[in-house]
Design a protein around this ligand. Structure first.
Ligand code: PLP
Length: 465
């Protein structure tokens, strides 16, 4: 693999990047004075930068996306063939890959039946919010417009999805937000003292954490609440899985008050946790599921909002009401490259048995992290499922005070010095990102996982002794 550019090209690319690109989620002062990292090529689990340096990517393209790894010829061929045949036609008409991918996706989601294509996770979530508002008008006389979201969860970067945003760092300075979005408490066992539930553990804690949602519903008035929107495992908020007992109780509460349940699988969807979808670990069926990142592993832009026939039926044409149907469009949603890539992506996961690999490698990774926790007092908590895991770093295990973000960033930099890209998150408290996060591609081998864990082990020793 030769990822180098000649010097001339390289200086031009770097200059153009520095002069003209506004990078996502980046403070630009440090960027201007540093040597930018421009990723030029990728193959399998590895990427190469503009200097030809090889990196082991433990975060699948930075944000949990490239599930089947880089350089998949079969996906590129399918996209190329499809684009030559038909690059685009609006989703008001059907398309061959759009229909075939929808059928395949639904075959993995018992209880679901309809796929609505969008471009991004934020947009998919917005579709759910719009549908819920329309259902409130159609079915409940304008009531049931309230959307409940959870502390620490994230659902996107648009103003409506930020209105459902439980992370202070992301939301500060962007208000005012849309009305009728109401926050419910988180369900993080490690920080259960914040909920006043420190006396409970395991399933008892899980049910009690869900009961806190019911308290909010009763306070707001069940007749005003239309949707509960949750991440199956909170991602950017610190890689937080819910305790036993939580999800069945959540479903029970939604059924009791006639509230639709929306699971945001933008990160967990399509294999990341060792099942097709995160919620499939919990034995529940949602009313809406959204997904984006891993759907086509980044080979093309595609996101989906998936729902049941029961919801779809509410939008069946009604001649007496010309406003009855879902009056929504997304120009590039379902653009043919997306479902063409997604179809092959899913086939690869099946053919190479990557769900099983994710489970096995996830268990190995968790075991290595738990071993490291015995050695490094700074690791307060080890969390996650499959190849989606996090290490929360704390100054003191008793107080659980997060380490300063600069220290966590040093760990990331020390891993980088060893050629391993890892992430850090926890956008709940501004400036306190203290959770190292890991989401290698589902093709990771034991040797890849060991290389990632060794780098983290060394980095923690360097930074914290
Ligand atoms: N939902 C979750 C859980 C996410 O983590 C993200 C992005 O990180 C989104 C939604 C937004 O997706 P997008 O960036 O594709 O709009």
């Amino acid at each position: 693999m030769d990822g180098t550019f000649n010097d001339n090209d390289l200086s031009k690319v770097v200059a153009a990047d520095k002069a003209n690109v506004w990078h996502h989620l980046s403070q630009h002062k440090p960027y201007e004075t540093s040597d930018p990292r421009i990723i030029v090529e990728g193959k399998g689990m590895r990427v190469w930068d503009q200097n030809g340096k090889e990196w082991l990517d433990a975060v699948s393209g930075g944000v949990w996306t490239v599930n089947v790894g880089y350089g998949r010829e079969s996906i590129c061929d399918a996209v190329r063939d499809q684009l030559m045949k038909l690059c685009y036609f609006a989703q008001v008409a059907g398309s061959v890959p759009g229909a075939l991918f929808a059928e395949k996706l639904i075959s993995k989601m018992p209880g679901m039946s309809r796929v609505y294509y969008t471009n991004s996770g934020s947009e998919a979530n917005e579709k759910v919010f719009k549908l819920v508002r329309q259902i409130a008008h159609k079915k409940y006389g304008g009531k049931k417009t309230k959307i409940l979201y959870r502390d620490r969860d994230y659902h996107g970067s648009t103003l409506a999805t930020m209105s459902a945003g439980g992370q202070q760092e992301r939301n500060a300075q962007y208000g005012p937000f849309a009305p009728d979005f109401v926050r419910v408490p988180h369900c993080m066992e490690y920080r259960k003292h914040e909920l006043g539930l420190e006396h409970l553990s395991g399933e008892e804690f899980g049910r009690a954490a869900a009961d806190l949602i019911e308290e909010v519903i009763l306070r707001e008035g069940p007749e005003t609440v239309g949707l509960l929107c949750l991440e199956p495992i909170t991602a950017g908020g610190g890689v937080i899985e819910a305790p036993e007992g939580y999800w069945p109780r959540v479903r029970e509460i939604c059924d009791k008050y006639d509230i639709l349940l929306h699971i945001d699988e933008v990160v967990c969807g399509v294999g990341r946790t060792g099942k097709w979808f995160g919620y499939q670990h919990f034995g529940i069926e949602p009313d809406f599921v959204t997904m984006a990142k891993g759907v086509a592993s980044g080979y093309a832009a595609i996101a989906c909002m998936v729902t049941t026939e029961k919801v779809f039926d509410m939008f069946k044409d009604d001649a007496s009401d010309p406003l009855n149907y879902f009056r929504d469009i997304s120009t590039f949603g379902g653009c043919t490259a997306g479902p063409a890539a997604a179809l092959v992506n899913m086939q690869i996961i099946e053919d190479e048995e990557l769900l099983d690999n994710t489970t096995a490698m996830g268990e190995h990774m968790k075991a290595r992290f738990l071993e490291m926790q015995e050695k490094h007092a700074v690791i307060g908590d080890v969390r996650g499922l499959g190849l989606f895991q996090g290490l929360e770093l704390v100054q003191d295990r008793e107080s659980k005070e997060p380490v300063p973000e600069a220290m966590a960033q040093k760990v990331v930099a020390e891993c980088g010095a060893q050629g391993v890209i890892i992430g850090v998150t926890n956008r709940s408290i501004p400036g306190r990102n203290n959770t190292l996060c890991f989401s290698p591609a589902l093709i990771a081998t034991k040797a890849d996982i060991d290389a990632i864990c060794d780098a983290v082990d060394n980095a923690l020793t360097t930074v914290f002794g």
